[in-house]
Structure formats: C-alpha cells, structure tokens
Design a protein around this ligand. Sequence first.
Ligand code: CP
Length: 352
Amino acid sequence: MVNKLSRKLLDPLVEQPLDIQGFEQPRALLNRIPEDLTPLLDLVQRPVVSATQFNRQQLLQLARLASRYETQPQLTVRPLTGKIMISAFYEPSTRTRLSFESAWHRLGGDIMSITDPASTGIAKGESLHDIGEMLNHYGDLVVLRESNENAVYEMLETLRIPIVNGGNGTDEHPTQAMADIYALLKWRPALCDPEIDTGERIRLAIIGVPGQMRTVRSLLILMSQFAPAFEEVVIITDETSPFAEGQREELEKAGLRFRVTGDMNAELPTLDVVYINTIAWVGDDYKELGTRYRLDGSSPLKPGAVILHPLARGSELARELDTTAHNWYFAQARGAVFMRMALLSTILKTFA
Ligand code: CP
C-alpha cells in the first residue's frame, strides 16, 4: 500500500485517455436522433416526479441534448447564469446530489444545498408545505431527495418553481432511470430507431426487486417506452412477490415481457444487459435485498454483455469487474451529469 501510494504521489498527474466504456458513443446518438426540440417544450417549467411523465420522443431528444453536452462541452454557454438551484437532500447521496450540482454548475448556475434536515425548520416541526412556500422566493428550481415517498407531493402543493424528484423512498427515482436509458442508448444506438430487427432485440435482466427498489421501478417505466427493443426482461430474485400490486400488469400492457427466476447463473450466458442493485430505502433506512447474488470475474457473463448498476454497490458487484469491458456502470454514472444537464436546461427553457 505504501509503495502504491508513494508512486501515486511521485508520478505527475498527466492527462490520460479516459478508459471508460461508452466514452465515444455519444457521437453516435447525435447522428442517429434527428434534432426536434418540440417534444421538450412540454417539459418547460414542469415538475419531474415520476418516470411516467416522459414519452419516447422526449427521452430521445433529452439523450441527444445530453450527448451534445457530453461531446461539445466547449459550446455550453452557461445558460443558467443568475439562476439558483436548491439542492435539498434529506437522505444520503453521492451521485444524485453531486451530479445534479455538477450539471447546474456546468450550466453556469448557483446552488444552495441542504444536506441535513436538522439544519432546517423540519427540526422544529415545520411542514414541507411551509418550506415549499419559502423556497419559491429563494431559488428557481428544487431537487428533493426524501425517504418519505409523499414528501415530494407535499412540497409540490405550495411550490411555484419546478421540483425534481431525486429519489422518494421506495417509490421512484426518475432521473436515475434517465441516466440508465442514456447509457443503454449509447451502448446500443439502434434502440433509437422506431423499428428494431429481431436479431438486435435485447435480453436484459434485473437482479433486484421492482416493487421495492425506486431505481428499478422508474427504469422499467422508461424501458416500456422502448418495449419492442426488449426480447425479454428477466427478473432475477429470491423474493416470492417481486412486483408491487398491479405493477407487472401495467408494464406488460405497455409491451414489456417478463420472466421471473431465482437462478442467476443459468441466465447470465444469454443476457446482453445485466442490471444489478441490492439497496431499497424503506422508512428512514435502507435494506439490502438479494445479497446472495454476486457478479464477479468468474460469473458466466456472455462476451460483450454489459453490467449496469445505479450504485452505491456492496459485495454484489466485485471490483475486479471494473477493469473489464462489462463495466458500463461507471459510464452510466458519468453520463448522469449530461442527462441532468439536458433535463435542467429543458425545464428552465435554455436549451435552444
Ligand atoms: N444512484 C443513486 O441514487 O446514488 P446516490 O444514492 O449516491 O445518489
């Protein structure tokens, strides 16, 4: 460890080629998706609470805009100069808070950040209604993460500025799902096309619990906008009832085809995409589900298969996979900044 560390300290930090899967792919989206900003107009000054608010055209245009921000950062003219984002995170977060803040900063805006409920009137029993009323006067947009799934709806009642749901309990995490879709589109740009050849259809598995994990719930909703592209969605879980009431039926009505199994290794050799997550927020704390499933260097992954993970990870995803071509989870986390830039500049109508 000492030797490794001293080498790190002695070597100059030279710019190295970015060794992240998917780094070159945003250019493919620019060519594949014809620009049409019209569908985005319906998102201007609107709150974002649920993945159900987005249609396929909006997702494609947001991905196109994100790929513009990703490939041409020098062309970003700081359109949010003078605008203030209130970043209210009442539950721990690494990626969502920091990538929203990075996105807003890159667009030129300023930020007020709440990272501890005890530092606001909530500690004195103040209601979210009243806090929402105050925030109207202090900023131009709120991003809220709260363990209580109703909190975003309570604040919405008094807010006159847009709010973006940064994760509400076990309910939804719509912008994480947008980042997931952006990663999928970059990996397989054919997903952008209205028709997909049968041979190009994707076999995707979720190692997780759709009824209890907000990231999975929102992702499946967005995937239903691209339903014909998925040959089958395999849910790998040891839960006997992995779906919430009516969830599977609704997604099937939208065109997704599901199969549920507990045998991960039997499925891995035929899967193109493996999405894994163990964390579910329940009440004021998180619980880990499906911890008997683990991906590591010995897992029988199909050559060319990609792994997605919303992170944070535990032991379910071995670090030895980080240096393999299966690792798309870092690209997924990196791309979240650009997808959030696209969404924020759309809501504030500064995208043109
Ligand atoms: N993916 C995600 O929501 O990560 P954080 O909890 O770190 O924000």
